[in-house]
Design a protein around this ligand. Structure first.
Ligand code: KIV
Ligand code: ZN
Length: 515
């Protein structure tokens, strides 16, 4: 198979995915996801939009410095400051890419940019030349390509390839196209542009009409050799094409897609879980590949067929996409070596020995409460330890909740911040409300609760509950997570985690030692 048969997987979970309202991530969370994407073996990780904020710059830089196996990319508008910031953030990358873009459709040029097509053309060429002077891998996107006039699309594509673009991306920015139209647009473009053989053609589809994956696959059939996608289909509005669906369609239907990806498909489910837990966006049970029911057979006729011959109803194997077959992982009697070995198999690493020791202590505590510890439990537990280990973390030291029929629930909480304990008590409409009120008595964060969700990490009534709390303050939206077999404790942990991320808690209330 020659290199033309390789399909480049460009993951934009950390950039376009983060543009989902409420899906913003901290630098540390982004690095954790980037490590999972590297393990999944994606070719390119779009780590962020370096110029957009100091936080995004830092995240792109941290990812560029720590990921070795995937190419790291930063988005930039077709302007000098953006391109220079992207290049600066990518300095430490083993392999980097600047992704620069400008809108090319009549509607965007006239109303959004208020520029003439010739001005857009000049700006695009200048941007690509500048970027190529700073890095050898430059992607150029014609934003809103699917609504761009064909002749203009050909001219600008030819010009930016001549200026040094190595990848040309043709986004269906508003999710407007359909597979027939989009596939033939790519084919026509590639056969019309005289220097098309000097670049890789890429697609980037949004899911407004539920066609993102279908459109991307249609373009792959007609010549595109890079697809831009996200884990769980996260992304602006209705999201982007979902990585797991694209990759598994190509793998399952080799007969109609004569190409391959480098993806280690067994990492799909763990990565999906991580993204879901960090963003607080649950995966719907019937979601293809990564939904809890994706491989569940309920009807008797189907079960009978599966038992007789699996392929009667199954086109993929659950274990091939990372649904764990090794369900019985560890238990109360497992020692440090078994714990460390399982974590290594799961690709979980720690910054320090201290963090590992803390995780082991938490594992033993969990094993006392829960008979069987599954891989999913370990993942939740480790996230919990990593969250608690962050600088300036507020942690829950003690919680007592009284909830009795006909009485107002009350909560007493002790939280720890910078080696000092702080206690308070409050009531609320429900037990969770009472806990949050008690925390607020100490922190007075002036945040608004936008979302509260609980997901069971595994099956069974002794499962850990993974709670996500989404808080808003002055337009900033933060998700916090907490996991425990006691969902009230998990709720308290999630709330203080969100407050920790929201900012230095010491500044929020003098009682916690702030100014
Ligand atoms: O949807 C889009 O057009 C984009 C570009 C910036 C690539 O996200
Ligand atoms: Zn997009």
């Amino acid at each position: 198979m020659d290199s033309k048969d390789n399909l480049i997987i460009f993951d934009t979970t950390l950039r376009d995915g983060e543009q989902s309202p409420g899906a913003s991530m901290t630098k540390d969370e982004k690095v954790r996801i980037a490590k999972a994407l590297e393990k999944l073996r994606v070719d390119v990780i779009e780590a962020g939009f370096a110029v957009s904020s100091q936080g995004d710059f830092d995240a792109v830089q941290a990812i560029a410095n720590s990921i070795k196996e995937s190419r790291i990319c930063s988005l930039s508008r077709a302007v000098k400051g953006d391109i220079e910031a992207a290049a600066q953030a990518l300095k430490g990358a083993e392999a980097g890419r600047i992704h620069t873009f400008i809108a090319t459709s009549p509607i965007h040029m006239k109303y959004k940019l208020q520029m003439e097509p010739d001005q857009v053309m000049d700006q695009a060429i200048a941007a690509v030349k500048l970027a190529r002077g700073l890095i050898d891998d430059v992607e150029f996107s014609l934003e809103d390509a699917s609504r761009t006039e064909f002749d203009y699309m050909c001219r600008i594509t030819e010009a930016v390839i001549k200026a040094g673009a190595t990848t040309i991306n043709l986004p269906d920015t508003v999710g407007y196209s359909d597979p027939g139209e989009y596939g033939s647009m790519i084919q026509r473009l590639m056969s019309t542009v005289p220097n098309a053989d000097k670049a890789i053609f890429s697609v980037h589809c949004h899911n407004d009409l539920g066609l993102a994956v279908a459109n991307s696959l249609a373009a792959v059939k007609t010549g595109a050799r890079q697809v831009e996608c996200t884990i769980n289909g996260l992304g602006e509005r209705a999201g982007n094409a979902s990585l797991e669906e694209l990759v598994m369609a190509i793998r399952t239907r080799k007969d109609i897609f004569p190409m391959q990806t480098k993806i280690d498909t067994t990492q799909i489910v763990p990565t999906s879980r991580l993204v879901s837990s960090v963003t607080g966006f649950p995966v719907q049970p019937n979601k293809a590949i990564v939904g809890a029911n994706a491989f569940a057979h309920e009807s008797g006729i189907h079960q009978d067929g599966i038992l007789k011959f699996r392929e009667t109803y199954e086109i993929m194997k659950a274990e091939d996409v990372g649904w764990s077959t090794n369900k019985l992982s560890l238990g109360k009697l497992s020692g440090r070596a078994a714990f460390a070995a399982r974590l290594e198999e799961l690709g979980i690493t720690f910054e320090s020995k201290d963090d590992f020791n803390q995780a082991f202590v938490r594992f033993k505590e969990l094993a006392d409460k829960k008979r069987e510890i599954f891989d999913e439990d370990l993942q939740a537990l480790v996230s919990d330890v990593q969250i608690g280990a962050e600088d300036d973390a507020i942690t829950v030291k003690d919680l007592e909740v009284l909830s009795k029929t006909g009485q107002l629930p009350t909560a007493k909480i002790c939280i720890r911040y910078k080696d000092k304990d702080h206690q308070s008590e409050a009531s609320g409409d429900g037990a969770v409300d009472a806990i949050f009120n008690a925390i607020e008595k100490l922190i007075n964060s002036e945040t608004h609760l936008q979302l509260y969700s609980v997901n069971a990490v595994t099956e069974g009534t002794d499962s850990q509950g993974e709670v996500t709390v989404r808080l808003e303050k002055e337009g900033r939206i933060i998700n916090g997570q907490g996991a425990d077999t006691d969902i009230l404790l998990a709720s308290a942990k999630a709330y203080v985690n969100a407050l920790t991320i929201m900012g230095n808690p010491g500044r929020l209330h003098p009682q916690l030692g702030g100014v």
